[in-house]
Design a protein around this ligand. Structure first.
Ligand code: HEM
Length: 217
C-alpha cells in the first residue's frame, strides 16, 4: 500500500464516523423530546384521571400508540447500537477506562460513565415497560394506578431517575460536542440542566404519588 492510498482512506472513514455520530445525536434528541412529552402527558393524571384517559384515547384512536410505540422502541435500539460503538464491553476495556478516569479526575469522563451505566439500565427497563403497556391497551389511569399500587412502584422509582440522568447528561454532552456549550457558558448550562433534571424528576414523582393514591374502583 502506498502513502496516497492511506491519505484517501482516512478522511473517508472519519466521514462515516461523523455521519454515525450525527445520527446518534439526532436519535438521542428525538428520544429526549419523546421522554419530555411522555412525562408531561402521563402527568395529566395529577390534574384529572379523566384528562389522562382522554389523552390516552386520542393516542389510541389515531393509532399513534400502536404505531408510535414500536417506532420509539426501534429508535431506542438504533440509538443504543450507535452509542454502543464506543462503550467498553470487554472487561479489560472497562478496567482500563476506570483506571484512566480515576487518574484523570475529569468530570466529563465520569459523566460519560454515568451515561453508559444508565443506558444499559434503561435499555432493559424501558423495553419491559413498553412491552407491558403496549400489550395491555387501552391505557387508562385506573389500570396504571393498579399497576403502580400492586408492585410496579419500585420499578418506576428506579427507571425515572435513570432516564432523567441519561437525558440530562446526554443533552450536556451533545452541547459540548456540537459547540453550543462553551467554556464561558458551561456553568450556566450545567445549572440549567440540573434544574431541568430535578424538575422532571419532581413531576414524575408527583405523577407516581397521584397513581398511588388513586381510588381503584
Ligand atoms: C411508546 C412507549 C411508551 C408508552 C406508551 C408509555 C406509557 C406509560 C404509561 C401509561 C405510564 C403510566 C404507568 C403505567 O401505566 O404503568 C408510564 C409511566 C412511566 N414511563 Fe412510560 N411509556 C413509554 C415509553 C417509555 C420510555 C421509553 C421510558 C423511559 C426511557 C418511560 C418511562 C416511564 C416512567 C419513568 C414512568 C413512571 C411515571 C412517571 O414518572 O411519569 N416510558 N409510561
Amino acid at each position: 500500500m502506498n502513502s496516497s492510498t492511506v491519505t484517501l482512506h482516512v478522511p473517508q472513514r472519519s466521514k462515516v464516523a461523523g455521519k454515525l455520530d450525527f445520527l446518534q445525536m439526532l436519535s438521542g434528541v428525538l428520544l429526549i423530546l419523546f421522554l419530555w412529552a411522555h412525562l408531561l402527558l402521563v402527568s395529566s393524571v395529577i390534574l384529572s384521571p379523566r384528562l389522562m384517559n382522554a389523552i390516552a384515547w386520542f393516542f389510541e384512536a389515531t393509532y399513534m400508540a400502536q404505531v408510535g410505540g414500536p417506532i420509539i422502541f426501534a429508535l431506542m435500539l438504533f440509538h443504543f447500537i450507535l452509542a454502543g460503538r464506543k462503550m467498553p464491553f470487554q472487561t479489560n476495556e472497562q478496567r482500563a477506562f476506570i483506571k484512566h478516569a480515576g487518574m484523570l479526575r475529569h468530570k466529563d469522563t465520569w459523566l460519560w460513565l454515568a451515561q453508559v451505566v444508565t443506558a444499559l439500565v434503561i435499555l432493559v427497563m424501558a423495553s419491559i415497560h413498553m412491552y407491558v403497556i403496549l400489550t395491555d391497551l387501552p391505557i387508562t389511569a385506573q389500570k396504571s394506578a393498579a399497576r403502580i399500587q400492586h408492585g410496579w412502584l419500585t420499578f418506576y422509582l428506579l427507571l425515572l431517575p435513570m432516564a432523567e440522568i441519561h437525558v440530562g447528561v446526554g443533552f450536556y454532552r451533545i452541547g459540548v460536542k456540537y459547540g453550543f456549550i462553551t467554556r464561558e457558558n458551561r456553568r450556566w448550562f450545567q445549572r440549567a440542566e440540573n434544574v431541568m433534571m430535578i424538575g422532571f424528576i419532581a413531576v414524575g414523582l408527583l405523577t407516581l404519588t397521584r397513581f398511588m393514591f388513586l381510588d381503584l374502583i
